[in-house]
Design a protein around this ligand. Structure first.
Ligand code: ADP
Ligand code: MG
Length: 228
């Protein structure tokens, strides 16, 4: 499935004025492909993910998630769309301290009212896909930072989303582990045909992306300027 943003503008109140976080941004992410978004801090990268996820409603523009135009959806309909079609991976894994890796994933199925019996199998299948099946019984404090981030990614895929949005997943990881997480995201994108958007300030892994675009002051330019 695909993700399409057309002419999206988002402003935030800023004193008497308004700050333009996204300035007529258009982006088309085909199924099974990974688009990397780079750009300086404050350029609007997280805002781009927030509108793509329908967490924030833009001032103008259109967002089509997995074939559904979100423009006229109400808050409850957007919540269902997010739950069923959008996987979101935030920078911090924010796992629940008392749950095992498998339970972190199974909880997603409980939230969506899905079959509890199927949830265990799917959780184990995804933990296998991220190389953690032998850690299924561990709680977050028994996992390394890189392992927690992989649980976070597996959890985002639990409800089989068509769109996967990932915000700086490697920022807390060293180079090698960052590269492994990137390889994993590319492999999952292909296997599961997600339209994946990856925000990163780390340019070293960008050769793995299908395409790289740059945010600057809320505007998107493609392709990225010369690699650093
Ligand atoms: P990035 O992820 O590239 O660092 P953000 O999307 O977080 O950038 O922020 C873009 C701009 O919007 C920044 O100037 C930031 O201060 C501002 N901003 C982000 N979120 C809010 C908010 N909730 N309210 C007001 N301003 C915000
Ligand atoms: Mg950000």
């Amino acid at each position: 499935m695909t993700l399409t943003l057309t002419d999206v503008t988002l402003t935030y109140p800023d004193g008497d004025d308004r700050l333009t976080a996204l300035d007529r941004v258009s982006l088309d992410v085909p199924a099974g492909s990974l688009t990397a978004v780079v750009g300086p801090s404050g350029s609007g990268k997280s805002s781009l993910l927030a509108v793509a996820a329908t967490l924030v409603t833009p001032d103008t523009g259109r967002i089509v998630v997995d074939g559904t135009d979100t423009t006229d959806l109400g808050p409850a309909q957007k919540a269902v769309l997010r739950r069923d079609r959008v996987g979101i991976v935030f920078q911090q894994p924010n796992l629940l301290p008392s749950l095992t890796a498998a339970e972190q994933l199974q909880v997603m199925t409980h939230l969506s009212g899905g079959s509890v019996r199927g949830a265990r199998d799917r959780a184990m299948e995804l933990l296998d896909a991220v190389g953690l099946v032998d850690k299924a019984g561990r709680r977050p404090h028994q996992l390394s930072g890189g392992q927690r981030q992989r649980v976070n990614i597996a959890r985002a895929l639990m409800n089989e989303p068509g769109v996967l949005l990932v915000d700086e997943p490697t920022s807390a990881l060293d180079h090698e582990r960052g590269a492994a997480v990137l390889d994993l995201l590319v492999a999952l994108t292909r296997q599961r045909s997600t339209a994946t958007v990856l925000v990163t300030h780390d340019r070293t892994h960008l050769d793995r992306a299908d395409r790289t675009v740059t945010m600057h002051d809320g505007r998107l330019t493609a392709p990225a300027p010369e690699r650093l």
